[in-house]
Write a protein that binds this ligand. Structure first.
Ligand SMILES: [Fe+2]
Length: 323
């Protein structure tokens, strides 16, 4: 159940029924949520969805869509690794693709989760201490999704299929943070790079020099951020910069809210404004673990700093669903 200041937007029964009917008929026609033909059909099907759904998906820092049913027994066991998910829970892959397409254009990374547009986030044996979706026993530090890359998502869509232990996702909006203007200025300078995370082995081997990027940037509608402390070599920065970065971290933790998603709830995060993380938990590895589906979306509603266009992105290309 979401707590704190997160707005919950209930989907109408008609919207839920239209989404499920559309998703089922796409799956019936193409057999798999990863079929290129299905991906090509999604924009037209999404365009025909109702205005109530469109209204529920209007932009905000952070919101939860509620009302999708999940039949836990019919879902099957939580996979032990994303690579073993196959078509498990694929109805929700298509539902997430439809919702994402109402808001923008889903994107995928050839170097992550086999280039799928909807990822499976499940704890995996041997990865407990990783700062990725496969981790569990350590705090997943608040971060911008795919912060290392100029083509990162503008919106992050997390759909919950299972969460028996009510494991909380954390979210903190830069718009709620109070920062000293001098710190804002310091952190707006491109001083440190953000390195590719452990989900991108190929990008980590890229030979080009890591470009320094600003942590904060002035979007037309207010401050925005690009933040991933676990992959930022903070020790390379001058002391003044490190101190400002730490104050930003403290402020983000002060305004952080916890969201224990229930099955069927979909958390939508503005990836330019809100950093997200996850509390530590003990994985069960018995088929009943927390299971999220994740889509990344390009929405184009806010221009990014022009300097990002010259970044190499560590050799990683972004693929758009409608391309
Ligand atoms: Fe993340």
């Amino acid at each position: 159940m979401p707590t704190g200041v997160i707005s919950v937007r209930p989907l109408t029964p008609d919207s839920v029924s239209a989404l499920l009917t559309a998703a089922r008929s796409l799956l019936d026609a193409f057999g798999s949520a990863t079929h290129p033909g299905l991906l090509a059909r999604v924009p037209d099907v999404a365009a025909a969805l109702d205005d109530d759904l469109r209204h529920a998906c209007r932009p905000a820092d952070l919101f939860v869509l509620r009302g999708l049913p999940v039949d836990d027994a019919a879902l099957g066991p939580t996979p032990l690794h994303w690579s073993r998910a196959g078509d498990a829970g694929s109805l929700y892959d298509v539902v997430l693709l439809l919702i994402s397409t109402v808001m923008g254009t889903p994107i995928a990374w050839p170097g992550q989760q086999d280039g799928r547009f909807v990822h499976n986030i499940v704890p995996s044996p041997g990865h407990e201490e990783e700062q990725t979706g496969a981790g569990s026993s350590v705090l997943l530090s608040p971060h911008t999704e795919d912060a290392f890359h100029p083509g990162r998502a503008q919106l992050l869509v997390l759909g919950c299929l299972r969460n028996h232990d009510a494991i909380a996702t954390t979210a903190a909006s830069i718009r709620r943070a109070r920062l000293d203007p001098a710190d804002v200025e310091t952190l707006s300078r491109p001083v440190l790079p953000i390195l590719p995370d452990d989900a991108y082995a190929e990008a980590q081997a890229y030979g080009g020099a890591p470009p320094p990027v600003p942590t904060l940037w002035p979007a037309p509608d207010g401050p925005a951020l690009r933040f991933d402390p676990a992959y930022t070599p903070l020790e390379e920065a001058p002391e003044e910069h490190r101190a400002a970065y730490r104050r930003l971290e403290d402020e983000l933790s002060r305004v952080s809210v916890s969201v224990s998603l229930a099955p069927g709830e979909v958390l939508v995060i503005d990836n330019d404004l809100v950093v997200h993380g996850r509390v530590p938990f003990r994985a069960r590895y018995d088929g009943t673990d927390r299971w999220l589906k994740r889509a990344s979306v390009r929405a184009g509603h806010r221009a990014r700093p022009p300097a990002e266009r010259s970044e190499h992105g560590y050799g990683q290309a972004v693929v758009e669903a409608s391309a």
